[in-house]
Design a protein. Structure first.
Length: 270
């Protein structure tokens, strides 16, 4: 079972992630980080940038691979995940931009109709992750429907990086990044698959707010099913789920999760 940590707020969650990753980079200067976009990871990235700066950690050799990208958005579009990752992670942390990759980089805005080019991008991305030695720590958010990355309900739990059609709910949720206009939100994406995500050595999923409570409960305590793609984390040997009180509100065993974390040896980390 995944470890569940219930925190007061996003800042406390971010500090837990940041300490974990900072210690990893100190021990392994060429660490490979799995990166996610969205609002959930932002406090974690801010906390990590602060530790990197305060402790003068050398990040020049750190590599990074993002979870997903929209199909059809040019890399320079402010809401492309290429631009978002560079704005929220690469620049604040001082990473080498040539060592940070997004699934859509090789596409550079190629349309969905460019089938040969789009179809080849997924397997090439998985091969690049493997060539880098695999991802050490993958940060994840979760959608209200239980998706991770852009693996919508019904996604194969063994899937690799590939093209997916976004659900209407995901496009509604993401419209806030596109002037609240769903018509500007692309209908397709390229995303790491659940199988790709599960190959990372450590998964850290962050979720905040009452809107994520049902998805969190399905992920942690529900059955393992493509209905809730994030439920695959139950099978991972090192998965950490960090949530605030609202996101934890529908967990049946939340008192035990609090008790277990309060009595966890400090040397174990997360």
């Amino acid at each position: 079972m995944a470890e569940v940590i219930i925190v007061r707020n996003q800042e406390e969650a971010g500090e837990l992630y940041a300490r974990c990753v900072a210690d990893l980079i100190k021990a392994k200067p060429d660490a490979v980080l799995g990166l996610a976009t969205g609002s959930s990871p932002l406090a974690a990235y801010r906390a990590l940038a602060s530790i990197v700066r305060d402790e003068s950690i050398d990040v020049s050799r750190v590599r990074g691979f993002a979870l997903d990208e929209y199909i059809g958005l040019p890399l320079a579009h402010p809401e492309s995940y290429h631009a978002t990752i560079h704005r929220t992670v690469v620049e604040p942390l001082g990473l080498d931009p040539d060592k940070v990759h997004v699934p859509g980089d090789v596409l550079d805005g190629a349309p969905l109709s460019d089938g040969e080019r789009v179809a080849a991008a997924g397997p090439a991305y998985d091969a690049a992750i493997e060539a880098a030695g695999g991802i050490d720590v993958q940060i994840l958010g979760i959608g209200t429907d239980g998706h991770v990355g852009f693996n919508e309900p019904g996604s194969s739990l063994a899937s690799g990086t590939r093209v997916k059609t976004l659900t209407e709910q995901t496009r509604i949720d993401n419209a806030r990044f596109f002037d609240d206009d769903i018509n500007q939100v692309p209908t397709h994406c390229i995303t790491q698959g659940i199988g790709t995500i599960m190959k990372a050595r450590h998964l850290v999923l962050l979720a905040f707010g009452a809107g994520k409570a049902e998805a969190v409960a399905e992920t942690v305590e529900g059955g393992i099913s493509a209905y809730c793609p994030a439920s695959a984390l139950q099978l991972h040997p090192h998965a950490t789920i960090i949530v605030d009180g609202e996101a934890a509100s529908k967990l049946r065993n939340k008192d035990y999760y609090r008790y277990a974390f309060a009595h966890k040896p400090a040397w174990q980390g997360i």
